[in-house]
Design a protein around this ligand. Structure first.
Ligand SMILES: [Zn+2]
Length: 253
């Protein structure tokens, strides 16, 4: 049930007996040389299509942009400042709250949005609401540890292959990931992490200064398959439907 497709009397009726809204957020950002910029939005949108078939929860339009500061140097990436993103999401939440929403299910495709969603969740808890942040790629690790993956790696590549294989440029999936280390003994190991003497230290930098392609492991995109993607997307959508049914039972104080 899509908010965009409903009339206001239908929405008024919905909120007379329901207080839950499902909304997605993603990003437009570099996901390595082989993946579409909309990866973090395409995946939640695909999950919504599956969820919609099995759930009666009202679905608000997806927010396609997110906070992508560390990836903003790659062509095509659109970075929304965290403060602006918070204000924008807050305006959407305020309107939904005014109309009767009290339980917000925020389906998130992008790690850079987590801090903003946490801030919203704590703010709306003070108004008597609950915000569930569903980071699909982290939840998938719990559903099946074999699905665990990093930015632009096997997990996300599998998801996009499961949606539409033509969106992955397989000719751009190269060899091993090459990190730009800070020194012989300060080895880059991830988005922010640098290892020194077996201990991880965080030194945030533009990803263009950490790796050339913009995918960051640990999993390699060449492990991805369409079957993995399809199975993972269906399992994730089914889980979210079940989660929302349980979430409906929670009594708000
Ligand atoms: Zn992503």
């Amino acid at each position: 049930m899509r908010l965009s497709n409903m009339t206001w009397p239908q929405v008024e009726t919905y909120f007379k007996s329901n207080d839950m809204v499902l909304i997605s957020i993603g990003s437009i950002e570099c996901h390595g040389r082989h993946m579409p910029l909309g990866t973090d939005t395409l995946i939640p949108d695909h999950l919504l299509e599956k969820i919609e078939q099995k759930s009666d929860v009202l679905i608000a339009p997806t927010i396609p942009y997110g906070a992508c500061q560390s990836l903003s140097d790659y062509p095509g990436t659109i970075d929304i400042d965290c403060d602006i993103l918070y204000q924008f999401c807050n305006q959407i939440f305020q309107s939904l709250y005014k109309h009767g929403a009290r339980k917000f299910v925020f389906l998130n495709g992008h790690g850079g949005n987590i801090k903003t969603i946490e801030r919203l969740a704590l703010d709306y808890e003070k108004k008597g609401c609950l915000v569930a942040m569903l980071n699909w790629w982290l939840m998938a690790w719990d559903l099946n540890p074999a699905w665990k993956g990093g930015h632009g790696g096997g997990e996300e590549t599998a998801a996009i292959l499961g949606i539409d294989p033509s969106l992955v440029d397989k000719s751009e999936i190269g060899g091993e990931l090459k990190f730009y280390h800070l020194s012989d003994n300060l080895k880059a190991t991830g988005f922010r992490s640098v290892e020194f003497k077996g201990v991880s230290v965080e030194i945030p930098r533009s990803v263009t200064h950490i790796t050339d392609s913009g995918w960051i492991g640990p999993d390699h995109p060449n492990t991805a398959t369409e079957e993995w993607g399809r199975e993972m997307l269906q399992a994730s959508a089914d889980y979210i439907v079940e989660f929302m049914e349980e979430f409906k039972k929670v009594k708000l104080g």
